[in-house]
Design a protein around this ligand. Structure first.
Ligand code: GLU
Length: 313
């Protein structure tokens, strides 16, 4: 385990301001907060605002106000991906100098067509690698460069997840050579998150299980860039009533848009129960910061439930 006493834990919560805080992101915020604070660590807030097209105005503020109303107070300045573009470029150039990335002209449609069997993972179809050994020489009217991809190795990437134990993945069968930068210059989440966490000294990544399958790609980039690997804990996912992924209408914790006020303690207790804790019901009378303090004292990643579900409150 990475948490040795001479090295301060730095955890983080990294919401994308594409919608208000919802029950799933509340659980990720609480889980990452408890885990960082349990080791006397710092808990940072970063707004993952790279995807400008999907952002909604005012959401970053809304998320911050909602976190404050739960007593989830971050340490230091709020980081923003949109202010880190120079760091991404430096990392991209390092990869380029290392000869591990290449330009690609394939469109999503072509990649989907290339799949020999239908593949319905969150990661879509693994890239078939047709630009790996150079793009076809350009007759006039060639499509533009659509992306820059990193070559992935055949060997498994293994890591230890504090909830799920040792996990291994072969990148060629999940993502194939994956995108680190789009043709229009925008950096991909996988590269940005690795650079952001490194730049902020984050050494503990606690987040929803939906990102578990991305973790080996991120570890691979850390290795290529010579960054230390944080410890990982992927939390069970909050789902809709029918077990489906949370959708926009489940974004019920918006500070401005809903009647959150007065329900913070109830929701916090629900999040603690979701994370495997059994708080006494009368804790609901306490302040949010007392409830969080109780959580910090009692949280145990080994008792995180194996499965997610709805957040009952
Ligand atoms: N911004 C990502 C999201 O909201 C989370 C990134 C991460 O925790 O690595 O899903």
């Amino acid at each position: 385990m990475v948490n040795s006493s001479h090295h301060q834990v730095v955890g983080r919560f990294a919401p994308s301001p594409t919608g208000a805080l919802h029950t799933g992101s509340l659980v990720a915020a609480v889980g990452s907060y408890l885990m960082a604070k349990q080791s006397g660590g710092r808990w940072l807030l970063r707004l993952d605002d790279l995807d400008t097209q999907r952002q909604l105005p005012g959401m970053a503020d809304d998320i911050m106000r909602a976190l404050e109303s739960f007593g989830l107070l971050w340490d230091g300045e709020v980081a923003c991906q949109s202010r880190n573009l120079g760091e991404y470029l430096r990392a991209f150039e390092t990869l380029q100098r290392g000869g591990v990335i290449y330009p690609c002209r394939c469109s999503r449609k072509e990649i989907a067509r290339s799949a020999s069997a239908p593949h319905s993972g969150d990661d879509g179809v693994p890239y078939h690698g047709s630009c790996r050994d150079g793009m076809k020489e350009g007759a006039k009217g060639d499509p533009p460069i659509r992306s820059w991809r990193v070559r992935v190795p055949e060997e498994e990437i293994c890591f230890y997840d504090l909830r799920s134990g040792r996990l291994c993945q072969k990148l060629p069968s999940v993502s194939g050579d994956f995108i680190v930068r789009r043709g229009d210059g925008e950096f991909a989440y996988q590269l940005a998150v690795v650079v952001d966490d490194y730049a902020a000294g984050v050494n503990q990544v606690v987040r929803g299980e939906d990102l578990l399958s991305s973790t080996p790609r991120q570890i691979y980039l850390q290795r290529l860039l010579g960054f230390p690997q944080p410890e990982y804990c992927h939390l069970p996912l909050v789902t809709g009533g029918d077990g489906s992924k949370l959708s926009k209408r489940d974004h019920l914790l918006s500070h401005g848009l809903s009647n959150l006020a007065g329900r913070e303690q109830t929701l916090l207790l629900a999040a603690l129960r979701f994370l495997g804790l059994t708080p006494a019901p009368d804790l609901v009378e306490c302040s949010c910061s007392d409830i969080l303090q109780w959580g910090v004292t009692h949280f145990d990643p080994l008792r995180l439930p194996a499965h997610g579900g709805t957040l009952v409150f």
